[in-house]
Design a protein around this ligand. Structure first.
Ligand code: A3P
Length: 280
């Protein structure tokens, strides 16, 4: 594809994830209190991470994504003295086995794949770590057939759904969070066993709004060189529109039909599909 991409286990990765690191992942030693923050790219990972940061306030480290870096990564993570919140875009099948053995908690955030596709399209154009793409039409086919970085959206979500009970994974929906962030934050705190007052929940909702997060990055109130996405370290690339339904500006009728066909075929037996805000 390009110098920026290499394929590992059939999945395209950027060179920011070294093959040596990917090969060594299975040696990773998990801890019982590790929390995984899982997503396909462009599903609201940074939003969720910001909520976590405020929920725990201190004494936790949100690490860089487990698949980002080279072999020294595993040692780096093992040296973190606090509870670790570990982001990842890995397909379940590539997740280090010890997370499964130790039944670590995991939160998976899902977004309407049509909006995810559009968001990833802009990422391809803006993010120098991703190869140049020709235009929306070419990119659309690549996304639909899983020929983009991190592979197929469908395979990603289905791999996590298939094993959902092994770790008791909590699934969150971007659109449901947009609709009712208050209840969403309560749900997350409940899953994590964190006691929190309604006032504190309101505070968190305010601090993690799209406009607040975008402003903070522009004013450099946060470290702009630290992200929870393995595809960039530049936080400025993350906050684009933050809306629901942007796909309607991009999909032609024919593309929409092709996408629906693929979605209906792939997601036919998925229970999660009943909750995905697919028609927004
Ligand atoms: P858009 O490109 O559609 O704007 P990720 O964090 O997984 O990389 O996902 C990035 C997407 O989440 C971007 O979508 C970004 O704008 C959106 N996003 C980031 N912070 C958000 C927030 N606080 N509220 C809503 N959407 C947010």
């Amino acid at each position: 594809q390009s110098d920026l991409i290499h394929v590992f286990n059939g999945i395209p990765f950027t060179t920011r994830s070294s093959a040596e690191l990917l090969r060594s992942l299975d040696e990773f030693q998990a801890r019982h209190d590790d929390l995984l923050l899982v997503s396909y790219p462009k599903s609201g990972t940074h939003w969720l991470a910001e909520i976590m940061k405020h929920l725990y306030s201190s004494k936790v480290s949100i690490t860089s994504p487990i698949e980002f870096g080279n072999v020294s990564k595993l040692e780096e993570l093992s040296n973190i003295p606090t509870k670790r919140i570990i982001p990842t875009h890995l397909n379940f099948n590539m997740l280090p086995a010890d997370f499964k053995a130790k039944k670590c908690k995991a939160i998976y955030i899902i977004r309407n794949p049509k909006d995810t596709a559009v968001s990833l399209f802009h990422y391809y154009r803006d993010n120098p770590n991703l190869p140049t793409i020709e235009g929306w039409g070419t990119y659309f086919d690549m996304f639909l057939h899983g020929e983009v970085v991190c592979g197929s959206w469908f395979d990603h979500i289905l791999s996590w759904e298939e094993h959902r009970n092994e770790m008791g994974t909590l699934f969150l929906y971007y659109e449901a969070m947009k609709k009712d962030i208050f209840q969403s934050v309560k749900k997350i705190s409940h899953y994590l066993g964190i006691n929190i007052t309604d006032n504190e929940v309101h505070e968190i909702c305010k601090k993690t709004s799209f406009s607040e997060m975008k402003n903070n990055v522009e004013k450099e109130n946060t470290d702009p060189n630290n992200t929870v996405c393995s595809l960039t370290s530049n936080k400025k690339l993350i906050f684009r529109k933050g809306t629901v339904g942007d796909w309607k500006q991009y999909f032609s009728n024919k593309q929409n039909r092709l996408f629906d066909e693929m979605y209906n075929t792939k997601m036919d037996s998925s229970n999660l599909a009943k909750h995905i805000h697919y028609d927004n």
